[in-house]
Ligand binder design. Structure first.
Ligand code: C2G
Length: 140
């Protein structure tokens, strides 16, 4: 059987169990998992907040995972089709918070949306940590 290449994209800031589960489930759909890590500028323009970790650190963390075979920088959301073709991906996997958003790529690859892990997100983690460690000003 020919090798099946999976591609997925994300910011993966403050890596958490939701990210890991998504990547593990994506990897199981094929033989090779390639991950596009959104650069910090892209995240800033998309979410209005720069990631806590640098692009390079997020790439190093993702490439250290056993289920990941290759990482690259996702420089623009508009380049997704180009990345899919460049890496010869057979399947594009995204969490279902993106449901329907990448259906236009169904003519070049299979598109699969996997259920997100409930109850955890980078934004909630940041809020929780901020609550545990109030800024010095909040004591005055
Ligand atoms: N995820 C998940 N469960 C969570 C949180 C995230 O399954 N509780 C999944 C998301 O659905 C996504 C991946 O983990 O598929 C990465 O999540 P983010 O870092 O939040 O990615 P995002 O900023 O949405 O970037 O080109 C698309 C973007 O780069 C996606």
């Amino acid at each position: 059987m020919p090798m099946k290449t999976i591609i997925t994209f994300g910011t993966y800031d403050l890596l958490h169990i939701g990210h890991v589960r998504l990547l593990q489930r994506a990897a199981k759909l094929g033989d090779k998992l390639i991950v596009g890590v959104s650069c910090s500028d892209l995240n800033l323009s998309k979410k209005g907040r720069a990631p806590v970790y640098t692009t390079q650190d997020r790439m190093d963390i993702i490439s250290a995972l056993a289920c990941v075979d290759e990482v690259f920088v996702e420089k623009s959301l508009e380049l997704k089709g180009d990345y899919i073709k460049q890496f010869g991906a057979d399947v594009l996997v995204m969490g279902d918070d993106w449901e329907g958003r990448f259906d236009q790529f169904k003519d070049i690859c299979e598109v699969v949306y996997l259920p997100r892990t409930q109850g955890i997100s980078t934004t909630e983690l940041i809020e929780e940590i901020a609550d545990i460690n109030p800024t010095p000003e909040s004591h005055t």
